[in-house]
Design a protein around this ligand. Structure first.
Ligand SMILES: C[S@@+](CC[C@H](N)C(=O)[O-])C[C@H]1O[C@@H](n2cnc3c(N)ncnc32)[C@H](O)[C@@H]1O
Length: 217
C-alpha cells in the first residue's frame, strides 16, 4: 500500500493541537473576535518560535511592525531579557489600544510602547531619534515589506535578527502569472534577503513563508 503524504495544513493542525491552553493568548483571540478585528494573528507554534528566537538571540530591544491585537507582541515580549523592551508600530489607534491592553493583562505593560501611524513614517521617526534594535518582526501590509526591511537594516545593531511573516503569499510569489503589487513587493523582499550583502537570510516554506535573517556584524 502506498503511504499517504500528509499536507501542510494537516501538519500545522497536528502541531497546534499539541500546545496546552494559554490564557494570555486566548484572551487576545477572544478580544479580537469580540471587537470584529481580523482573525489573522500568528498561529501558536509560530508564536512560540518568536519567543524562542528572541530568547536565543538575547535580544533586549525588539521592534514589531504590525501589532493587531497583541498576540505576536506577547510572544515576542516573553523572550525578552529582564530589562528588555518591545516597541510596536501599528497603523490603527484602536488596534494599538487593544494590543496595549492585552500586553498589560499579560504582565508586559511597562515593557511595551506603541507607535501609531503608517510604519514607513514611524520607522523614519525612530531613525531620527537615533533608536537601535536587536530584533525585528515584520508582519504588516505586504507592499511595504521591501521598505520595512531597508529601514530595519538601518535601525539594526550588528548581529540583529529580522523575522518576517507571509513571505510566500500562499504560494503566489512562485507563480509567474501573478504580478499584483503585493506579489512584486514580496519578490523584491525575498530577493533582498537572499542577495543583500548586509544580510544572511533564508526562507522557510512553513506557515505562509517564514523569513529569518541576521544583519552582519
Ligand atoms: C497580520 S496583522 C499583524 C498580526 C500580529 N503581528 C500578530 O500576529 O498578532 C497586520 C497588522 O499590520 C497593521 N498595518 C497594516 N498596514 C500598516 C502600516 N502601513 N503601518 C503600520 N501597521 C500597518 C494592520 O493594521 C494589522 O494590525
Amino acid at each position: 500500500m502506498k503511504e499517504r503524504l500528509y499536507g501542510q495544513e494537516e501538519m500545522e493542525a497536528y502541531i497546534e493541537a499539541l500546545f496546552p491552553p494559554d490564557p494570555d493568548l486566548q484572551r487576545v483571540l477572544t478580544g479580537i473576535r469580540e471587537r470584529g478585528m481580523p482573525e489573522i494573528s500568528v498561529p501558536t507554534g509560530y508564536g512560540r518560535l518568536l519567543t524562542l528566537l528572541v530568547a536565543m538571540s538575547g535580544a533586549s530591544r525588539v521592534l514589531e511592525i504590525g501589532a493587531l491585537g497583541g498576540y505576536s507582541g506577547i510572544c515576542l515580549a516573553r523572550g525578552l531579557q529582564p530589562e528588555g523592551r518591545l516597541s510596536s508600530l501599528e497603523l490603527l489607534q484602536d488596534y494599538a489600544d487593544t494590543a496595549r491592553d492585552h500586553l498589560a493583562a499579560a504582565g508586559f505593560g511597562p515593557q511595551t510602547e506603541y507607535v501609531v501611524g503608517d510604519a514607513a513614517d514611524s520607522l523614519e521617526q525612530l531613525k531620527r531619534e537615533g533608536r537601535r534594535f536587536d530584533f525585528f518582526f515584520i508582519d504588516a501590509d505586504k507592499g511595504g515589506y521591501p521598505r520595512y526591511l531597508e529601514a530595519a537594516i538601518g535601525l539594526a545593531e550588528p548581529g540583529a535578527v529580522i523575522v518576517a511573516d507571509n513571505t510566500l503569499l500562499r504560494g503566489r510569489v512562485a507563480d509567474p502569472l501573478r504580478t499584483g503589487p503585493s506579489v512584486l513587493a514580496m519578490r523584491d523582499f525575498n530577493r533582498m534577503l537572499s542577495e543583500d550583502p548586509r544580510l544572511t537570510g533564508t526562507l522557510l516554506p512553513a506557515y505562509d513563508g517564514l523569513a529569518v535573517m541576521r544583519v552582519k556584524d
